[in-house]
Design a protein around this ligand. Sequence first.
Ligand SMILES: Nc1ncnc2c1ncn2[C@@H]1O[C@H](COP(=O)(O)OP(=O)(O)OP(=O)(O)O)[C@@H](O)[C@H]1O
Ligand SMILES: [Mg+2]
Length: 261
Amino acid sequence: MTASQQTSPAPVVTLSGARKAFGDNEVLRGVSLAVKPGEVVAIIGPSGGGKSTLLRCLTLLETLDAGSLSYGDLTVAQDEGGRTRYVKGPELKQARDRFGLVFQNYNLFPHMTVMKNISDAPIRVQKRPRAEAEAEARALIAKMGLEGCEEKVPCQLSGGQQQRVSIARALAMNPEVLYFDEPTSALDPELTAEVLRVIKELAAENMTMVIVTHEMGFARDVADRVIFMDGGVIAEEGPASQVIDHPREARTRAFLSRLEE
Ligand SMILES: Nc1ncnc2c1ncn2[C@@H]1O[C@H](COP(=O)(O)OP(=O)(O)OP(=O)(O)O)[C@@H](O)[C@H]1O
Ligand SMILES: [Mg+2]
């Protein structure tokens, strides 16, 4: 074995001992997760189990009560005796550049064209030259199968098209990891298929992704690792062939059998 085979690549994102409560409701009860470059992680589990809260903590939309979070070698939040302290200002901004988030309901800017939805942040936030940002947006529009939609506004598009715009918008910022929170749960089956297809293409290109999904077939196809979250903890994780096809934990089995009903 060579030296390069022995050292596994540093994780893109590392979360350890994450705790989060809303009042008395302890939603995350010590979640640890490290995602390697190029890895695709699917998160499954029952409603209320803390999946969205986990993504919201990873994407700095919520703060952790306890636990640590880092992106590569950039420490974002550090546990200090059971309380989390966050970095401020420029370092926090630097961390935000490392990831993208795709929501269930697209969250596009309704008054902006597709082109502007995709190119606005690269131009205004990343200060990239307009011509360069628009050329990249056009390439992403083609990659997402949205040619001809450049000058349309979101309400002129199907849900599946809007979700592909929102994936293009996230990719335009060149994130190191892309998070998805149930990207297809607002879509009809045929629109779901076109969105899942582009996510699979990204997986084939080694995009690092963490995907909360109720689509077990998709998770089985695309994920290197499946995490089953229940009651604010990771109850089981491993390859889909284990977690989905041969779950070891009774609560994973119970969840999967409820889905089949
Ligand atoms: N901002 C908030 N304020 C108060 N409680 C919240 C907030 N966000 C989430 N919760 C609570 O945290 C718990 C976990 O919710 P979360 O949305 O993370 O679950 P989930 O696994 O994503 O569920 P679903 O599959 O239904 O999307 C729920 O009890 C929810 O009511
Ligand atoms: Mg959720």
